[in-house]
Design a protein around this ligand. Structure first.
Ligand code: SF4
Length: 338
């Protein structure tokens, strides 16, 4: 059964930093910090509608949960207690900063039924972390990840692609170090430059060079290509990619001034993975022919590409593709049938 989250957004009150890219109020689309009563109302309706609550977590997203004022954090944890346990939600999911994790915090979260902790790692290069005013180091990510594991929580890491001063080498190093840490899940966020952030100022000053050269030279397709490789690498190493690209939102669309946003970012990346897999099979001998590729049944539309982009792409070379489903084929694998 598919996992789902009951998402509750907490704005970044109490967060000790203002990272270069963060305008958390825009990302969460809210400015209001929910009270315990409001959280209980959300959970009551979600539980009444949930088909399999045992596969769902109450998720506090948006800010740095363990950095919000202690009393407020305790109030939220208390408020959701009646909604977790047998016949109710599986547990609590939180996201926080690597330097806001220690033994005391983890013991407390354990007592309150927190099951999963996601860390905003963003980059594993200290140079990039510093340039983007994260206020923690790559070693902090490694240490916090180790502790989270020791306490038996599910671990998630979030990374960003294309941060200020991040080179191509920094991006691949971040991917490799995350593979080494081996979290259960990963979220990949290509950078989106939002109004009102430090990144917007740097971008507007013309000083901002994205990872593969100048901003003009690094197009959307290059980022898709890079993120597609990252997705494949994580999945191949048994790390689930639970998010790719910022959540589709009218607030982000309104406030973005640059970077890589698309409401179907993940679908486009997955279409790209399938395109490359098919390209590896296709030779010149196939021009003018119709080729039937088999993929996992859940991936038929991914293999066709976003808005059938792959069918169109191969069509330009005189190749018609047909995609069929086969339960025996794993995700991202492709077989030519005829
Ligand atoms: S730590 Fe998170 S919430 Fe705080 S400023 Fe940075 S990105 Fe925003």
């Amino acid at each position: 059964m598919k996992h789902s989250n009951i998402s509750i957004f907490i704005p970044h009150i109490g967060c000790p930093h203002q990272c270069s890219f963060c305008n958390q109020r825009t990302i969460s689309g809210k400015q209001h910090a929910p009270s315990g009563d409001e959280v209980q109302q959300i959970c009551t309706s979600a539980l009444a509608e949930a088909k399999s609550p045992e596969n769902s977590e109450i998720a506090f997203f948006g800010g740095s949960f363990t950095a919000i004022p202690h009393e407020y954090m305790m109030g939220l944890l208390e408020a959701v207690q009646p909604f977790i346990g047998v016949g109710k939600f599986r547990g609590i999911r939180i996201s926080t900063r690597p330097d806001c994790i220690n033994n005391d915090v983890l013991s407390l979260l354990k007592t309150y039924g927190v099951t999963s902790i996601e860390l905003g790692a963003q980059s594993m290069s200290d140079k990039v972390l510093e340039a983007n005013e994260r206020g923690h180091s790559a070693a902090d990510v490694e240490k916090a990840s180790r502790l989270i594991r020791e306490y038996g929580f599910e671990l998630g890491l979030q990374m960003m692609v294309g941060l200020y001063k991040s080179s191509g080498d920094d991006e691949w190093e971040t991917m490799e170090k995350i593979v080494e840490i081996h979290p259960d899940t990963v979220r990949i966020y290509p950078v989106v430059i939002l109004k009102g952030t430090k990144l917007a100022e740097i971008y507007e000053s013309g000083e901002y060079e994205l990872f593969c050269g100048s901003y003009e030279k690094c197009g959307f397709d290059d980022v898709i290509e890079a993120v597609a490789v990252m997705m494949e690498t994580f999945e191949k190493n048994g790390i689930k990619v639970i998010k790719c690209g910022l959540h589709a939102s009218e607030f982000v669309e309104r406030d973005m001034i640059g970077g890589f946003y698309h409401p179907a970012f993940r679908e486009i990346c997955e279409g790209h993975i399938y395109r490359r897999r098919m390209e590896n099979i296709i030779t010149e001998d196939y021009i003018g022919k119709t080729l039937v590729f088999a993929v996992n049944p859940s991936c038929i539309s991914k293999a066709m590409g976003h808005k059938k982009a792959n069918a169109e792409y191969f069509g330009k070379s005189g190749i018609t593709i047909k995609i069929i489903g086969d339960e025996n084929i794993p995700k991202y694998k492709v077989e030519l049938r005829r």
